[in-house]
Design a binder for this molecule. Sequence first.
Ligand SMILES: NC(=O)c1ccc[n+]([C@@H]2O[C@H](COP(=O)([O-])OP(=O)(O)OC[C@H]3O[C@@H](n4cnc5c(N)ncnc54)[C@H](OP(=O)(O)O)[C@@H]3O)[C@@H](O)[C@H]2O)c1
Length: 357
Amino acid sequence: MNIAILGFGTVGKGVYEIIKNNGLTFLNVTKIYRRKGSKMTLPIETDDIDSILNDDSIETIVECMGGLEPAYDFVTEAMKKGKNVVTANKMLVATFYDELINLSDDHDVYFLFEASVGGGVPWIENLSRVGFVDDVKGFKGILNGSTNYILDRMTNEGLEFDEALTQVQELGYAEKDPSSDIDGDDVLYKTIISANVASKKSFSMEGVLKYGIRNILKKDIDYFKEHDFVCKLIAEYDRDTNAIMVMPELFGKEQSISNVALNFNYVELYCNSSGKLSFEGQGAGKFPTGFSIVEDLIRIEQHAVVPMLTTEKVHVKYEKFDNKFYVRYKDDKVEILDGMTESEIRNDNIAFIAKIN
Ligand SMILES: NC(=O)c1ccc[n+]([C@@H]2O[C@H](COP(=O)([O-])OP(=O)(O)OC[C@H]3O[C@@H](n4cnc5c(N)ncnc54)[C@H](OP(=O)(O)O)[C@@H]3O)[C@@H](O)[C@H]2O)c1
């Protein structure tokens, strides 16, 4: 299969090196698209996107540029020209899910995005397979390694949030601007994509409850430790209530999820036939993410793709949450509340909130 890689940064290089180093000669990278002015060293590098989109010998595009533009234009144009698309771009997939799935259907091409959620963890493929056989009742898990690292260091080393954030940035796990990680946007994209695959719908991101860990303090962690809880930033979907949310949650120390250390990802899904299934691994990085893209390429090569279904965009509506919640208000008062409504959760006076499991 002839392939073009768009964007040659961390993930793009990971894909290229895995194919070369592992002798996957049936995957033939014939072009690499780079930004104009980039220092190019390989003869297959080009800054002319039309030379890729108009090349009928290229069957599959691997999009590793990130962002919405020009990724959206290139990906949709490629599908209209009969090319398969594999992408790691969670923002693109979460934003245009229904449109991109329908476009791939209309043009009889594959559109795969395993690497967009959970890095090297084989999550999306398994979620879609389970959904093909049975209904996925829900999922819950850690889908952001940087915030897991921060929470792990705060819990196990007693670090303040800022100290743990600096560590995670020095290790290269978080961007210079860490907002997307610590405010929960990165997890929101991944939760929406996963909920879409699980439900065969297309959820709008608008109005989804999303809390990050920007405001967590050492004194919150001290309180959780005193009460034998561990805090994790959680991606959650429940089929029966249609609840999709991104929120810090507290778990008993003995639960598997509490023991997910450093920058690892961990996610559980629930279905009647299989019961609980859990997936754990490296959620980011050059080779884990590149690996998931190569897995998608092999699925295309083997025509072993579970069909993805979708609907028009649906909006999330919440019922009352019956759980207990830990709430610290801006005036420093702490309360444990038994059940909360959506509007109570959205109270502007809350500095930090965590759902108790
Ligand atoms: N890194 C991870 O561990 C990881 C994990 C899962 C998913 N992802 C997703 O994978 C995608 C790529 O991430 P990355 O970490 O590989 O980013 P990256 O290292 O910044 O690489 C992106 C590459 O795309 C190029 N690029 C960006 N915009 C371009 C444009 N308009 N025209 C041409 N080239 C362009 C960049 O060129 P310049 O260097 O010239 O800007 C760079 O070479 C993102 O969607 C990200 O969310 C990443």
